[in-house]
Each structure stands twice: as C-alpha cells, then as structure tokens.
Design a protein around this ligand. Structure first.
Ligand code: SAM
Length: 279
C-alpha cells in the first residue's frame, strides 16, 4: 500500500476537509467508505496481472486504489474539475494510473482504451442508464463490466420476460452479456449515504446472441417499450414504424400484434427486428 487506505470514513472526511470539498449531489457523489465493499468489487473484477481497467468516476480514488493495489492498470474518467488535484495526492506514486478529466458520455473511449479492457465503476446514479447503454451499444472491446448501481436498476438489468420491470435496459444488457447481481450494498457504506440500497452487478460480455442490425434492433426495442401499456403494434407504430410493415413483420415472426413488449424474449425481438428491417 503506497498511501494510507482511503476506504474508511476518517480518511474520506480528512481528504474532503483538506481540499475543502463537499460531495456534490448534482454529480452523484457518494464516496465508498467501506473497505470490504472495495475488496469485494476488486475480487468480482477478477483482475489478473496488469489488467487494463476503465474506471468511471474515480471520485477521491477509493475504488481506484483497490484496483491499483490488485495490479490493475487504471484509466479513469472523472467529470468533476476539482478532483484531479485531489487524485494527484491520494494516488501519488501509483504508476499505473491515468486520469482523464471529462464526461464519460462525451469521451471517445476507443481512443483512450486498448484492444481489450474491463470497466469497473461505482456509477453516478443520475446517469447510470445512459452510461450502461452507451457501454453496451458502442461495440467497444469490453470483456467485463463490474458496476455499482441502484438495486432497482440491477433488478431491471437481470429481469426476465413477463415481469413488470423487464424493459429496454434488460434487453440491451442481456443481448450482449451474461448478467448477475454479485452482492447488495447498504447506504451506510457511503459518504454521504444515498437514499437507496445499491447492488454490484457483473456483466460478462459476449458476442450478441442473435444476428441483427444492432442500431435497428435498438430502435425497435426502444419503440416497443416506448408505451408499455399499448400493444406491440400500437407501440411500434407510435414509435414511427409503418403500420403495414409492422403487421407483416409480426406475421412473419409469428408474434401476435396484440402482445405487449414485455412478453417478448430477446430472440423474438431479434426476429421482429430482422423482418422489419427489409428495405
Ligand atoms: N469511485 C468513487 C467511490 O467509489 O467512492 C466515487 C463514486 S461516485 C458514486 C460517482 C463519481 O462519478 C463522482 O466522482 C462523480 O464526480 C463522477 N461523475 C459524475 N458524472 C460523471 C460523468 N458524466 N463522467 C465521469 N464521471 C462522472
């Protein structure tokens, strides 16, 4: 350990006080203060020697330190302009750390990361969904994502068809990954405490299970879930697809137009997308 452990309440308070910082609600700043949680996240990431990791939102470096101690090479993207000077001190001496100050939704990830990498993050909850969808849909060479999210989001990520929480997020994630909830984290493990329970989710990324035009598939899935209470036919038409084309595609895929999006398996979405995408 090159520097005192950050993952406890006194070190975190000390760092915030030294730099005259207050956790920003707007930026979703809830810093980890529980070393056992950091250890469990690092373990879930299955880091082998000099593994390349993209960390989103390193904050004051709590999780980053755990990753670096495990031997990872970490590139971190942090939006808060006040944090680079903090990280320079808290992670001083760790050679395998690189910080990029910027917005993860705007940074060109392929430019900053190598051929294969893992993503590890305690995500800012105000943009969790956008970040996860960006990572999933950009076809980046990611092998694994280990991420802290709100428990409710974790449950949506693993949801199966016919459940109320199965939606565009479940399809987008499960289309490209085997997903499981690794463990839950209580609000007491953070400073300040969030209002909700969190979960660490592990996504093992694989090739898409079905061959589709991915952009078009995403459009179909989003339109289908756009109006959950409506039938599939009405949702897709409401989402801008031509009624006759939708009816033909549903017919070819042997899916009743009366069904609702939440009843479709990923395979059925793939078939529907392929039949609808004939030019
Ligand atoms: N990793 C630290 C930890 O576990 O204690 C901090 C996690 S905190 C929940 C989320 C971090 O994401 C904050 O440091 C916040 O400033 C940063 N953040 C918020 N929006 C961001 C964005 N669009 N791009 C990159 N980082 C962002």
């Amino acid at each position: 350990m090159l520097h005192p452990k950050i993952s406890n309440i006194s070190a975190t308070r000390h760092i915030l006080k030294t730099f005259n910082l207050r956790a920003s609600k707007k930026l979703g700043q809830n810093f980890l203060i529980d070393s056992s949680v950091v250890e469990k996240i690092v373990k879930a990431a299955e880091i082998s020697d000099v593994e390349e990791i993209l960390e989103i939102g390193p904050g004051i470096g709590t999780l980053t330190q755990g990753l670096l101690e495990a031997g990872a090479k970490v590139t971190a993207v942090e939006l808060d302009k006040k944090l680079p000077e903090v990280l320079e001190k808290t992670l001083a001496g760790y050679e395998n750390f690189k910080l990029i100050q910027g917005d993860i939704l705007k940074v060109n990830i392929s430019e900053i990361m190598p051929e294969n990498f893992k993503v590890v993050a305690n995500l800012p909850y105000y943009i969790t969904t956008q970040i996860l969808l960006t990572l999933m849909e950009k076809k980046l060479p990611i092998t694994k994502i280990v991420t802290m999210v709100q428990k409710e989001v974790a449950e949506r990520m693993i949801a199966a068809p016919n459940s109320k929480i199965y939606g565009a997020m479940s399809v987008a994630v499960q289309f490209r990954a085997d997903v499981k909830i690794s463990f839950d984290v209580q609000p007491e493990s953070f400073l300040p405490r969030p209002e909700v329970t969190s979960s660490v989710v592990v996504c093992d990324i694989h090739e898409p299970k079905f061959q589709v035009d991915e952009k078009f598939f995403t459009k179909v899935v989003r339109a289908a879930f756009g109006q959950r209470r409506k039938t599939l036919l009405n949702s897709l038409v409401g989402g801008g697809f031509n009624r006759e084309n939708v009816l033909n595609a549903l017919n070819s895929a042997e899916i009743s137009p009366e069904r609702r999006a939440e009843t479709l398996t990923i395979e059925e979405f793939a078939q529907l997308s392929n039949f609808l995408n004939v030019k």
